[in-house]
Design a protein around this ligand. Sequence first.
Ligand code: NAD
Length: 236
Amino acid sequence: MTTAPVRLLIHGASGRMGQALLRLAGDQAGLQVVAAVQRRIGQRVVDGIPHFAGSELPGVPAFDAAIDFSLPEGFDPVLALCAARGAAFVSGTTGISDAQRQALRDASQRIPVLWASNFSLGVAVLDELVERAAAALDGWDCDIVESHHTQKKDAPSGTALSLGEAAARGGAQPRYASLRAGDIVGEHLVQFAAAGERIELVHRATNRDIFARGALVAAVRLAGRPAGLYRVRDLL
Ligand code: NAD
């Protein structure tokens, strides 16, 4: 039996992540990109894929799932469109507000939703290690140091904040430091320190393709699932 491919909308198409998603989508079985949306439009059709400006979002053709890697100001309209169209919503946009997190929870009553600050398998595992370490190291200092390229807008990074939530679940009280330098794709160091000893857990992303591939797999697996709030580890 053959199943129809998941019709995918890519939101934030002209960005670093959007370009990686468009380049890698062809390698991912079971999906077809039907629309690419970016803030301002250049060419109408690129490699056979229709492109739309953000203002044209309400008129995009039918789709089953959207992947959003844009900016907080682009996030609300695409989430609302997915809820209205009954499409799955996958987002990696960081720096979103508490109200936008609440909008994700509200939408998850109607559609399958996955928001993640990081789509790499390595960070999903690091998250679990940090929670376990924090629970075992009562009273130790916990510091999270993140480094990214100079174009990154939010700080601390969404991944640092998620790792901090994991540390807090284990009982630690994390502090944050952010570095912006060169073209660093993403590095996260979680340090636990006490008198006379120190543990360092580090994740280094050297290529943003890992995030794009994770999001593409997630979109294929999320489309058609029951409404709800999903996590990366539920799908990868
Ligand atoms: P970028 O600045 O290179 O690209 C942003 C894209 O969003 C552009 O295509 C722009 O046209 C589009 N956009 C902005 N405002 C818009 C609007 N109002 N309507 C429609 N489109 C709009 O950014 P990037 O490096 O590609 O990162 C995008 C987001 O993804 C950031 O929030 C970043 O922190 C996050 N990110 C997440 C992960 C993860 O694994 N979750 C990994 C890397 C980056």
